[in-house]
Design a protein. Structure first.
Length: 243
């Protein structure tokens, strides 16, 4: 499932170092959408690809430094981790003045890189048990086999409670987490999801059919129960959708 993990852009003026970082990211399980060495190239890729994360060297080629480029794209709300190899105090001070989620110092080791990415995203969001979610660009972050996955809320089919866990079924696969169902409700109900049953939250846009005799909706070939208390709400949602 690595193709569904974070899409990362590397902006590094030393291509050999950039290639080392790319290899490490791929070994961890992330997808590198590109490696560029200048602000101009980076700006074009950012506009075209809309990466989930940027690893940005403070000193890059082009008209803008990495810090200036980060400031220019701040409105896009793309998480940025800065990279530097010298002038640590000065660069850290400058980087702290623009939006960023972390800081890496060369030479970079794989597990330092992995830990920095994970810890940075945890700081961004609200911690829920061993997982964390946050509303950046209507997405949720899940961890699976040590890799972070950014999942669009629109791609979530349903969430099922299972003992002390929840299983989030998405178009990208399933994610098991220790986030409780009521915590998922807090995140998803304001975004148009509905509770169909005490053990299920569903995305109404994903409903293929509703068997009102057996009180079941069909989503992605899976039958999901609908309680009597929630039946009328779902019928009303489907009615409005079809008008």
């Amino acid at each position: 499932m690595s193709e569904f993990s974070l899409n990362i852009l590397i902006v590094e003026d030393d291509i050999s170092i950039g290639l080392e970082i790319e290899i490490m990211l791929k070994e961890i399980g992330y997808k590198v959408i590109d490696l560029v060495d200048s602000s101009g190239k980076a700006a074009r890729i950012i506009e075209k690809e809309n990466p989930d994360l940027i690893l940005m060297d403070v000193n890059i080629k082009g008209n803008l430094s990495g810090i200036e480029l980060a400031d220019n794209i701040a409105h896009l709300k793309i998480p940025i981790i800065f990279i530097t190899g010298y002038n640590l105090d000065k660069n850290f001070e400058l980087a702290s003045k623009v939006e960023n989620i972390g800081f890496l110092v060369k030479p970079i080791q794989k597990y330092t890189l992995q830990s920095t990415i994970e810890q940075a995203f945890k700081r961004m969001g609200e911690r829920k048990g061993n997982e964390f979610v946050f509303p950046v660009r209507n997405t949720m972050i899940f961890k699976k086999r040590g890799v972070l996955f950014r999942i669009k809320v629109a791609d979530i089919n349903f969430v099922k409670a299972s003992d002390d866990y929840t299983i989030t079924n998405t178009t990208e696969g399933e994610f098991v987490s220790t986030i409780r169902l009521f915590e998922m409700e807090e995140e998803l109900l304001p975004l148009g999801f509905v509770k169909s049953h005490r053990s299920f939250i569903i995305n109404p846009d994903k409903i293929l059919s509703f068997d009102t005799n057996n009180n079941e909706v069909m989503i992605e070939g899976i039958k999901i129960p609908v309680s009597r208390n929630n039946k009328s709400q779902i019928i009303e949602i489907l009615k409005n959708r079809n008008e």
